[in-house]
Write a protein that binds this ligand. Structure first.
Ligand SMILES: Cc1ncc(COP(=O)(O)O)c(C=O)c1O
Length: 487
């Protein structure tokens, strides 16, 4: 390091070694038994252990302090790398997935303006072309062709599915009511979708000034899959009330159950009535990559817009989501706004994604997504997806051999809901079981309500979870439930 860096108390080479060693130890410990997935302490205790105040005021004094801080920090984390992590739809990254975040943190090249981060913007362009190709919306012959053929779809990466949903809905509104950008939302616009649509849909509509009530829920079945036969009825009622449908939303898959709406039937409905079709594929769009599971998303290619979270099933550390449009013109129109300092009229080298995102500055998201593939290749990614779907199937089959466990449906993805002794344990007790389990550090699972009933919920994100872990999970649940079960 040259003289300019001499004021730093932490030398680069020694610090990087400390971080790498600590992370390596973290990975090894997460895999060795009996490792706790999560041991929650109070924020006060964590702040004290981290010596937050002193470090904040004076900065790290030396590398020993850095080492102590990192060790304590890692101790107080949720260990997603532990095979008994079966909780949220958050990727368990590959061991070297953090490298792009480190590079980005060092160079800070936001990729929304090409000239601010040409390499990152290029990788975003490449990955968008790849995703469009999966949908059949890329018509070129080379994914490195960034010329945007007019027959191609288009897309951008955003920080998360919630922003991506809002971006897609903004484009849908621009298509049906272009005047909305200047004059505000017309009052007669509504959006239809399964009553179990992710809350980010309603949230987006509220933020867009359309109000929560502009979401018209379509009934779902007992496992929260949309009842397609109800679409016509709901639509007729909307028309009767003199409203216009801005978009129809489908779940691929539903957040709670991991089950897919019948996308092709919904596509036919949208085609018949010429309605904007938006597929929320935050979790399940990855089924596109697997010959075995592609049928689950049949019809997705007929959508006008799709969102796809890479930080769920493509192993990318949070956050990274794609919002994709079949007709590229729809993306150009989503946000009619200009900032004179960024959106130049003249031709510039490369491509800027800034005009098409809610965000102004954004991280080098394309680099993170590209890296996920660069570490193991495309085939390994497909294997990972198929394995995780199989893991949920294995857990389902295992739990079905126990009469005390009730799984309401065979899983379609890697999400599985179940109850323990539903005739004896009420909703509160099912939930209490989840807290006992996570507080013990033995497992990390989640919980959700499906059609008014409380379930335990597992999302099999860790490729190392096996039958042995499912066996131990059932034993742990039985053990913690003992106090609730009447003899
Ligand atoms: C179906 C669906 N849509 C959207 C989202 C929101 O995505 P994000 O958490 O990336 O904002 C989620 C998150 O779980 C989801 O399951």
């Amino acid at each position: 390091m040259n003289e300019r860096n001499q004021t730093l108390k932490l030398p680069f080479a020694a610090s990087k070694k400390i971080v790498a060693t600590a992370l390596e130890k973290y990975i090894q410990e997460s895999l060795s038994e009996p490792a706790e997935v999560l041991k929650q302490k109070t924020p006060e205790a964590i702040a004290e252990a981290l010596k937050v105040k002193a470090i904040f005021e004076k900065g790290f004094e030396n590398t020993e302090q850095l080492q102590a801080f990192i060790t304590t920090y890692l101790e107080n984390t949720n260990h997603l790398k532990n095979p008994r992590y079966m909780g949220h739809q958050v990727a368990v990254p590959q061991d070297l997935s953090g490298i792009p975040d480190w590079i980005h943190g060092t160079i800070n090249n936001p990729s929304s303006l090409y000239e601010m981060g040409p390499a990152g913007a290029t990788l975003e362009g490449f990955m968008i072309n790849w995703m469009l190709d999966q949908l059949g919306w890329f018509k070129g012959s080379d994914l490195s062709d960034f010329s945007r053929l007019s027959e191609n779809g288009s897309g951008i990466l955003t920080h998360g599915g919630s922003i991506a949903n809002m971006t897609a809905l903004s484009a849908a509104r621009a298509a049906i009511a272009p005047e909305a950008w200047e004059e505000g939302s017309p009052k007669d616009l509504v959006v239809m979708g399964p009553s179990t649509s992710h809350y980010s849909i309603v949230r987006a509509l509220s933020i867009m000034g359309m109000g929560k009530k502009s979401f018209i829920p379509v009934p779902v079945d007992e496992n929260e899959v949309i009842l397609t036969h109800a679409l016509e009825e709901v639509y007729a009622q909307i028309k009767k009330e003199g409203k216009r449908v801005m978009a129809v939303v489908a779940n691929a898959c539903a957040t709670s159950t991991g089950l897919f709406d019948p996308l092709d039937e919904m596509a036919s409905f949208c085609k018949k009535h010429q309605l904007w079709y938006h597929v929320d594929g935050a979790h399940g769009a990855v089924a596109l990559l697997s010959k075995r599971h592609k049928n689950l998303v049949q019809g997705i290619e007929q959508a006008d817009s799709v969102i796809w979270d890479a930080h769920k099933m493509l192993r990318v550390p949070a956050l990274c989501t794609a919002v994709l449009f079949k007709n590229q013109k729809h993306m150009w129109n989503s946000f009619h706004q200009k900032g004179s300092y960024v959106f130049h009229e003249n031709e510039v080298v490369g491509m800027d994604s800034m005009p098409f995102t809610v965000e102004c500055t954004k991280s080098a998201l394309g680099t993170k997504l590209f890296w996920s593939f660069a570490l193991e290749g495309e085939e390994a990614m497909v294997k990972f997806i198929e394995n995780s779907f199989q893991q949920a199937r294995d857990l389902y089959e295992f739990l079905n051999t126990h009469q005390d466990f009730h799984c309401p449906y065979p899983p379609q993805s890697n999400i599985l809901c179940f109850q323990y002794k539903p005739e004896e344990l009420d909703d509160q007790q099912q939930l209490a079981l989840r807290y006992e389990l996570i507080n013990s550090g033995e497992f990390y699972i989640t919980s959700c309500v499906v059609q008014g009933k409380r379930y335990l919920r597992t999302v099999l994100m860790n490729p190392l979870s096996t039958l042995e872990d499912y066996r131990e999970l059932s034993k742990a649940i039985e053990k913690h439930a003992e106090k609730y079960v009447t003899l």
